[in-house]
Design a protein around this ligand. Structure first.
Ligand SMILES: [Zn+2]
Ligand SMILES: [Zn+2]
Ligand SMILES: [Zn+2]
Ligand SMILES: [Zn+2]
Ligand SMILES: [Zn+2]
Length: 371
């Protein structure tokens, strides 16, 4: 964390971490009383908004998991270590050690957990109603609340939730049970793509295709296509998740979904004409987008506007979502879309943040055409 006045006021900051918090919102910190005073002219406009956002902290940290207390007290490295998952399998990029790792050169296919703790095979029952919370998801998948899989499954569950928000009025059967998703700006998901296989269980009978488009896709993997007929597997050698035999055929009543995923390197507005030549997407999903922070979003938003496809964005904190929804509103010439709390946000507080605001991956969700 840095002094909130740094770079805005002309005098240099006192050395050391800023320890004075704004007494009204608590969201910003300062190195000295003088910097706090100098910054007030700027901060007074946002302070009230931050106060509102800080009040949501208890709501946002409310998860049904038994490991949540542990996560608020420990660093992610120690938490993963205690579960035997540190730097292993799909968990490799889930702590600050990721900054020392090569960038997503490979995808793992392992949960590194016993089968009782991870969804490595087809669900026992098909989904009858849509799932609206982590608790409902864990119940349906027969997972105990100490299983940490939500730490990775927030990616596909956020896509699922986006589909529920946007496409609930157009039944998928009208599109021939085909669903084409453009997923913008993937980062560590690239090393965890097997978790998206869970969409097959969540959307039975649907043929799903996902285009992963973003600058973080390694050049060596540009164009890579994966066909998923399995879930990420567990750590047990004799579990049926590893057999080549398709065990879903035993259960003839369930119509399994299919999933293909393709990786594309580049910014969306640079590569979209290639991708959309044959088929338009049904939905665009941009997780943790940072619309207001990255000017490269502007040409992409223009494209999204021209295509007229529903688009859903998420961000880490409410302030980022607030700035983004205003930015989208002004480009689309409309009032900013309402911002909702994502029930499938990652249950892990973000460790290094610029403000003291509550912050989670995929925390707030908003769209350009959420009906
Ligand atoms: Zn300062
Ligand atoms: Zn304040
Ligand atoms: Zn670590
Ligand atoms: Zn494997
Ligand atoms: Zn298994």
């Amino acid at each position: 964390m840095e002094c909130a006045a740094k770079g805005i006021v002309s005098t240099p900051c006192e050395p050391g971490p800023p320890t004075r918090r704004c007494g009204m919102c608590g969201a910003v910190s300062y190195c000295s009383p003088s910097h706090q005073k100098l910054h007030w002219g700027y901060h007074k406009e946002e302070c009230g908004r931050f106060q509102e956002q800080m009040r949501k902290a208890p709501l946002l940290s409310d998860f049904p998991f038994t490991f949540s207390d542990q996560l608020s007290l420990q660093e992610n490295c120690a938490f993963l270590e205690s579960m035997g998952l540190h730097l292993r399998g799909m968990w490799k990029y889930e702590c600050s050690c990721r900054f020392k790792l090569p960038s997503f050169d490979q995808s793992s296919d392992s949960w590194c957990l016993p089968s009782l703790l991870c969804p490595c095979t087809d669900p026992e029952t098909d989904l009858k109603n849509s799932i609206k919370s982590w608790k409902e998801y864990y119940d349906w998948r027969c997972l105990p609340l100490h299983s940490p899989v939500s730490v990775l499954l927030h990616w596909p569950l956020t896509v699922y939730h986006s589909i529920q928000l946007c496409l609930s009025r157009t039944p998928l059967s009208e599109a021939g049970n085909k669903l084409n998703i453009h997923y913008l700006g993937p980062e560590r998901e690239i090393s965890q793509i097997l978790v998206f296989s869970e969409l097959r269980a969540l959307l039975p009978g649907v043929s799903i295709h996902i285009e992963f488009v973003g600058p973080a896709v390694p050049l060596s993997r540009d164009g890579e296509t994966r066909n998923f007929n399995k879930y990420a597997h567990c750590s047990e050698a004799d579990c049926s998740c590893k057999s080549s035999y398709d065990n879903s055929s035993q259960n003839s009543s369930s119509l399994k979904g299919t999933l293909t995923l393709k990786l594309r390197k580049g910014l969306y507005h640079e590569v979209y004409s290639d991708i959309t030549r044959d088929t338009k997407p049904n939905i665009i999903v941009a997780p943790n987008a940072g619309i207001a922070a990255y000017p490269t979003w502007l040409p992409t938003l223009e494209i999204i506007k021209r295509m007229g496809v529903p688009a859903v964005f998420t961000d880490y904190c409410e302030e980022a979502a607030y700035l983004a929804s205003h930015c989208i509103g002004s480009i689309l010439g409309r009032a900013p879309e309402p911002i909702q709390v994502n029930p499938f946000r990652q249950p892990v507080p973000v460790e290094e943040t610029a403000l003291n605001l509550p912050c989670y991956s995929n925390c707030f969700i908003f769209g350009s055409q959420t009906c």
